[in-house]
Design a protein around this ligand. Structure first.
Ligand code: NAP
Length: 353
């Protein structure tokens, strides 16, 4: 209940706190209290969905003050980056370029790299935000420990291997009054925006996302554990972002000694069928294509090739927006739903070996 405050705005009852979590369990308690005490009053959620400019300004100020009080600070926020692989290097560059960020530590498990251990970083009161950039299987434990230590968390996708674990982590974030953000950088490219514009303008009947990528290291370990769907989570999000909720129709996998091909067929709520094809092979370089087809089966030209330039910087800006009380780009329910879909894909094709 501590993260929520009540206030009177123009004779109505408002609830404010960290906007992203305003629908969490404490709000249910508040709703019940309101219903018994102020039956004729209107309860509104502290979310930028408040369209009234005055109300929204008050809410945002309250929300920021709540966070500031807890941290006894104002931006720049202190950050630590955990793991120093490819994503982490791009994340560090984006954090270092942001005026509201003070990147205080980089932590690696490899000897001689970075500054101290991640547990030391979590004990550091000058650190308010943690970027979890390690391999997929390592995400849940680091997210959980960071939230338990009272930090806001940005985690590279996927948040967790299962939807149930994601829900548990979101609930922990809500309990702790902290932001938990998944870095879905694939949604932030100019290519994705251009494709979204085409989808809204043209009569798109079918979308096919194809990825070729490497196979080895932690990706091979994920595959050996049968988590093929989780390895495709960025493509699942990209498609969901373009066409809305999806249901799984079919998933197949063909295995090679040093790689595999995964084909996922999905249906959107309008009855259109879409496909994701992931081909991973040892030594292959990353390449992604998006094809759009019209109802006659003819290809639709999309103006911009998918490029990931600037995506980490945009994602860091989104996270800083959350700290200032802005709405998330992707609802947590979508993150959970996409993870459930990824799990379903894995169940169909993911015989662990
Ligand atoms: N690559 C991308 O563009 C990208 C984009 C968005 C999201 N992601 C997500 O980010 C996470 C990490 O992906 P990644 O591409 O950064 O993987 P990666 O380069 O293989 O790094 C993963 C982890 O392996 C360790 N590592 C890296 N290089 C190493 C080396 N030479 N020797 C030993 N260990 C090494 C690092 O941890 P230590 O420093 O602690 O050893 C690092 O955190 C994944 O969850 C992925 O889904 C990646």
């Amino acid at each position: 209940m501590g993260l929520l405050r009540t206030l009177c705005v123009k004779g109505r009852v408002g609830v404010c706190g960290v906007p992203e979590y305003a629908s969490a369990h404490p709000l249910d308690v508040l709703v019940r209290a309101k219903d018994s005490l102020f039956r004729h009053w209107k309860l509104r959620c502290a979310h930028p969905a408040f369209r009234d400019g005055h109300t929204r300004a008050r809410i945002v100020r309250e929300s920021t003050r709540h966070l500031s009080t807890n941290h006894d600070t104002v931006p720049p926020w202190g950050w630590v980056v955990l793991g120093l692989g490819r994503a982490a290097r791009a994340r560090c560059a984006a954090l270092e370029a942001h005026p509201d960020v003070a990147l205080r530590r980089k932590v690696s498990r490899r000897r001689g790299l970075g500054h101290g251990t991640w547990r030391e970083a979590l004990d550091d009161p000058e650190i308010h935000c943690v970027a979890v950039c390690t391999e997929n299987a390592d995400h849940p434990q680091r997210v959980e420990a960071s939230l338990e230590a009272g930090k806001h968390v940005l985690v590279e996708y996927p948040l967790a291997p299962t939807a149930a674990e994601a829900v548990r982590l979101y609930q922990l974030a809500a309990t702790k009054g902290r932001h938990l953000h998944v870095g879905l950088i694939g949604l932030l490219s100019e290519g994705q925006a251009a494709i979204a514009a085409t989808v809204s303008r043209a009569r798109v009947h079918r979308i096919e996302l194809a990825l070729t990528g490497g196979f080895g290291g932690w990706i091979a370990e994920e595959a050996r554990a049968g988590r093929y769907g989780q390895l495709a989570v960025s493509r699942l999000h990209a498609l969901w972002d373009l066409v809305g909720p999806l249901t799984l129709q079919r998933a197949t996998r063909s295995q090679r000694p040093d790689g595999y091909t995964l084909t996922i067929e999905l249906r959107d709520e309008g009855g259109r069928f879409h496909r994701i094809i992931e081909r991973r092979d040892a030594g292959a370089s990353r390449h992604r294509t998006v094809s759009l087809v019209d109802p006659r089966g003819e290809p639709i030209e999309s103006p911009v090739a998918p490029s990931r330039e600037g995506v980490f910087a945009r994602d860091v800006a989104l996270f800083n927006g959350l700290l200032r009380g802005e709405a998330p780009r992707v609802q947590r329910q979508t993150v959970v739903d996409v993870l459930a879909l990824a799990e379903e894909v894995s169940l169909r094709v993911g015989t662990p070996c």
